[in-house]
Ligand binder design. Structure first.
Ligand code: SF4
Length: 317
């Protein structure tokens, strides 16, 4: 019987989902992804985490707890770097240790180290480590990864092509306010964590512009106007998009920056973006901080007031 590998639906799952799932599927392994976040998962995550952990890490712990008794392995890569001269945050690097130290009765853990900061070739030892734990041969491992990578890259490219951002008026309604929502993918696409922010905005008549709608060249262009190289991979997307919009305010009507309480990089990036918004003065910015105690009423009041402000600006022209 083939082993069952569990993948927690949290953190970088929201970035690498198709790649990881398809890789295991092509290897001939069954994959169980934990269900979408719910109250129980969040509460468990909070109770198995240290207070200092950021909200997405707490949620991740809850997902590990949720699947640990249903699988033979949990996939817990130690994510150090996905690209030359770029790094993931220290909490992502340390996540396997947090899980090992805070949860008991765990199944076997697959913990490859992904560090591509020097060369992409460093991925291969990690892939072989994963495949060998599951009893697979090197050729099968490489073939499975290449097939999964092709699908993942195609899906991501397709998403950008389908939704690519256009200056105001092209492909979007003139009347509806257009708001760019910037955040880490694991905060933005976890509807329980963000209290259904995207759907709420759309119900309130807002056209939402999500990070995937901005092609990489636009993010790089935004970053090029920043006077220091940003080496946090996830921060680059947030900072680069915000800078691009500040330099092209004709694309949108406002920005919502969604940050997680307890996130070191977000606290710095949030501050830099707020300063830039004040300096440029062309785009209203709403900074929303999420933690496990965030309430719906407070969120709704703040977004309603923000939309109101944008509508009034649109009327004035
Ligand atoms: S970048 Fe921030 S939110 Fe993401 S894992 Fe690191 S500390 Fe947590």
């Amino acid at each position: 019987m083939e082993p069952v590998v569990g993948i927690p639906r949290a953190l970088l799952y929201y970035h690498y989902n198709w790649l990881w799932e398809n890789f295991f599927n092509f290897l001939g392994v069954e994959v169980i992804v934990s269900p979408p976040t719910n109250k129980q998962i969040l509460n468990n995550g909070v109770s198995f985490s240290v207070d200092e952990a950021c909200l997405p890490v707490k949620v991740f712990m809850g997902h590990c707890f949720e699947i640990k008794d249903k699988v033979d392995y949990i996939f817990l890569p130690r994510m150090i770097s996905g690209k030359k001269r770029e790094y993931f945050c220290p909490k992502l690097m340390g996540i396997p240790d947090m899980v090992k130290n805070n949860l008991s009765n765990l199944p076997s853990l697959i913990i490859p180290t992904i560090d591509l900061s020097k060369s992409k070739r460093n991925l291969y030892p990690a892939l072989f480590e994963i495949g060998k734990m599951l009893g697979k041969k090197e050729k099968k491992i490489i073939d499975s990864y290449n097939k999964a990578l092709k699908i993942w890259e195609k899906e991501r490219k397709q998403k950008v092509l389908e939704t690519s951002i256009q200056p105001k008026g092209k492909g979007f309604s003139q009347d509806k306010p257009k708001i760019a929502v910037i955040s880490h993918s694991y905060t933005l696409y976890d509807n329980y964590m963000n209290m259904d922010l995207i759907k709420r905005l759309q119900t309130m008549g807002v056209e939402t512009i999500l990070p995937e709608m901005l092609p990489s060249w636009a993010i790089e262009k935004g970053l090029s106007t920043f006077n220091k190289r940003m080496y946090w991979s996830l921060g680059r997307r947030i900072m680069g998009s915000a800078k691009y919009y500040f330099n092209h305010p004709e694309c949108i009507d406002g920005i919502i920056l969604l940050v997680a309480f307890g996130c070191g990089p977000d606290s710095l990036i949030g501050e830099l973006i707020e300063r830039e918004a004040k300096r440029i003065k062309k785009l209203p910015l709403l900074l929303l901080t999420l933690d496990e105690h965030s309430g719906e009423a407070g969120l709704i009041t703040r977004i309603e007031a923000f939309i109101d402000l944008i509508q009034r600006r649109k009327k004035v022209g």
